[in-house]
Design a binder for this molecule. Structure first.
Ligand code: DGL
Length: 252
């Protein structure tokens, strides 16, 4: 049986959980939303590492055999430290720069992420592998996390917020946009609408979640963690209010 902990600063990690559950439908999951401390984007790496230790301890107390940091910001700040301090495997987010760089026709790719992710050495290293061949333009998705936490995924206000961060990337010629924060895939309909309204209907948005789910499958196999739990399902935990977590979880 496998018990897998999945965490995010809030509901964003549900975009990753959705893919994990497709790949591994018969396991037992614990999803932890640290929404009392959301957003992580502007928090210090030390603060995020401490939160991740607390969350990992909660997972371990519930028997988790692996943990997924379904949060780019937490991955950038904490995954190396967690791997050195705990014996369970940790799977983190990879910004999808590679598929964007391989797919671009214009030679320009955009990355939308939090300020923390864009500063983290994990992202800077990934970027370094590709920036000789493509132009990489970054923008913080300012206000995106708050929209998703408030369940405001579409409508004129969401479009205005999205337009402010997306338009600069489109105007620079980016034809592939990496969604470098797990909250952002929930804004896909609005991102596509804004891109279309601005005259860029063909731009493609890239979500790394399916690749992370594949990685988890491989890690569980490598570690010999038996699959198919006798008691599959998911337990949702949070450090703050749960209404939006429950309603978004019911919709995925
Ligand atoms: N969903 C998160 C990420 O992937 C964190 C967003 C935030 O809390 O700022 O980066």
């Amino acid at each position: 049986m496998a018990i897998i902990g999945i965490m995010d600063s809030g509901v964003g990690g549900l975009s990753v959980f959705r893919e994990i559950r497709k790949a591994l439908p018969d396991e037992r999951y614990i999803y932890y939303s640290d929404n009392a401390n959301c957003p992580y984007g502007e928090k210090t790496p030390d603060f995020i590492r401490d939160r991740l230790r607390t969350i990992t301890d909660i997972f371990l107390a519930r028997g988790a055999q692996a943990a997924v940091l379904a949060c780019n910001t937490a991955t950038g700040a904490a995954i190396e430290v967690l791997r050195s301090e705990y014996s369970i495997p940790f799977v983190g987010m990879e910004p999808a720069v590679k598929p964007a760089a391989l797919g671009t026709q214009s030679g320009v790719i955009g990355v939308l992420a939090t300020a923390g992710t864009l500063k983290a050495s994990k992202y800077l290293t990934t970027k370094g592998h590709f920036e000789d061949n493509v132009r990489i333009i970054e923008h913080v998705g300012k206000g995106f996390v708050e929209l998703v936490e408030n369940g405001e995924l579409t409508g004129p206000h969401a479009e205005n917020v999205v337009r402010r961060s997306l338009t600069p990337l489109l105007e620079e010629g980016a034809d592939r946009i990496v969604l470098g924060c797990t909250h952002y895939p929930f804004l896909l309909e609005t991102l596509r609408k804004v891109a279309s309204d601005e005259g860029y209907p063909d731009v493609q948005f890239i979500d790394p979640a399916p690749a992370v789910a594949r990685r988890l499958v491989n890690v569980l196999k490598e570690k010999g963690i038996a699959l198919k739990d006798k008691n599959p399902g998911v337990e949702f935990l949070s450090s703050g209010p749960r209404e939006n977590l429950e309603s978004l979880a019911a919709s995925i």
